[in-house]
Design a protein around this ligand. Structure first.
Ligand SMILES: NC(=O)c1ccc[n+]([C@@H]2O[C@H](COP(=O)([O-])OP(=O)(O)OC[C@H]3O[C@@H](n4cnc5c(N)ncnc54)[C@H](OP(=O)(O)O)[C@@H]3O)[C@@H](O)[C@H]2O)c1
Length: 254
């Protein structure tokens, strides 16, 4: 059994991350066209080049803290490919600070990157998806958006906002065959997960809480994103798919 996509057009924002790169690989191999959006255009061009050996990819510079760049991203995607069918909202920054240490500049940076950017991207994508009466939006949240994360309240609360955004928009866009879902990764062996474990120096303790006793791999999150983006996920809307190796399913107190 294979998932089907009918050569749809996808936009992956925050495309330099390993999770996004694996998603882009799965998409291109499945025949989707992929727009790689993010700040590091040099790196994205290299990824574009390698994906173009298999299918069709295009790198576009987009800093999600800049509303105009998000609008340009969707305009340019439509100009090049005619439509936008799939949107993956992956950008995020993480910060470890006690709440008393947080500055207004921190709040702005983390909310603009993790939440405002996603809102504008969704807002821009929906009218383009409506033209085709089909769409898939996948927001990359976190298990930190389901339960709190001590000393990371800003990050955690942005990820909770993404989950509620997902749930709130789902019913609005359902009449146009658009679904909005989220993935909630646990501790993944990629940029942010690696940084967090090094920072906290508590790797053993965290790993012991994960039923699978290991960090997740980028592709294990990418497969969840790919499934939610497929034709076959048509009856999944407003859901949060937890990809955490059984980390958050148990209180862990006995
Ligand atoms: N790794 C984990 O354990 C874990 C757990 C739960 C959830 N997640 C989520 O998974 C996603 C990917 O995380 P990761 O671990 O792969 O970390 P990462 O490598 O740091 O990826 C973060 C991505 O966000 C992009 N980004 C940051 N600010 C941006 C901006 N202003 N405009 C556009 N893009 C921006 C980064 O692009 P640049 O290259 O421009 O910096 C990068 O592509 C994030 O949403 C994260 O919250 C990760």
């Amino acid at each position: 059994m294979e998932l089907s996509y009918d050569g749809k057009v996808s936009v992956i924002i925050g495309a330099s991350s390993a999770i996004a790169q694996k998603t882009a690989e799965l998409f291109v191999n499945a025949g989707l066209k992929v727009v790689l959006a993010g700040r590091k255009i040099g790196l994205l061009k290299k990824i574009e080049q390698s994906l173009n050996e298999v299918g069709e990819a295009l790198a576009i510079k987009c800093d999600v803290r800049n509303e105009k760049e998000i609008m340009e991203l969707f305009k340019n995607t439509e100009e090049r490919f005619g439509v936008v069918d799939v949107l993956v909202n992956n950008p995020a920054i993480f910060q470890r600070k006690r709440i008393e240490e947080v500055t207004y500049a921190d709040v702005r940076a983390i909310y603009e990157t993790n939440v405002f950017g996603a809102i504008i991207a969704i807002k821009e994508a929906i009218p383009k998806m409506r033209k085709n009466n089909w769409g898939r939006i996948v927001n990359v949240s976190s298990i930190a958006g389901i339960s709190g994360l001590t000393n990371a309240s800003l990050y955690s609360s942005t990820k909770a906002a993404l989950i509620n955004l997902t749930q709130s928009i789902a019913k609005e866009v359902a009449p146009y065959n658009i679904t909005v879902n989220a993935v909630a990764p646990g501790v993944i062996d990629t940029g942010m997960g690696k940084d967090y474990l090094r920072y906290e120096n508590i790797k053993e303790k965290i790993i012991s809480r994960i039923a699978e006793h290991r960090m997740g791999k980028a592709e294990e999150v990418a497969y969840a994103i790919a499934f939610l983006s497929s034709n076959e996920a048509s009856y999944i809307n407003g859901s949060v798919l937890v990809v955490d190796g059984g980390c958050s399913c148990n209180l862990g107190i006995f």
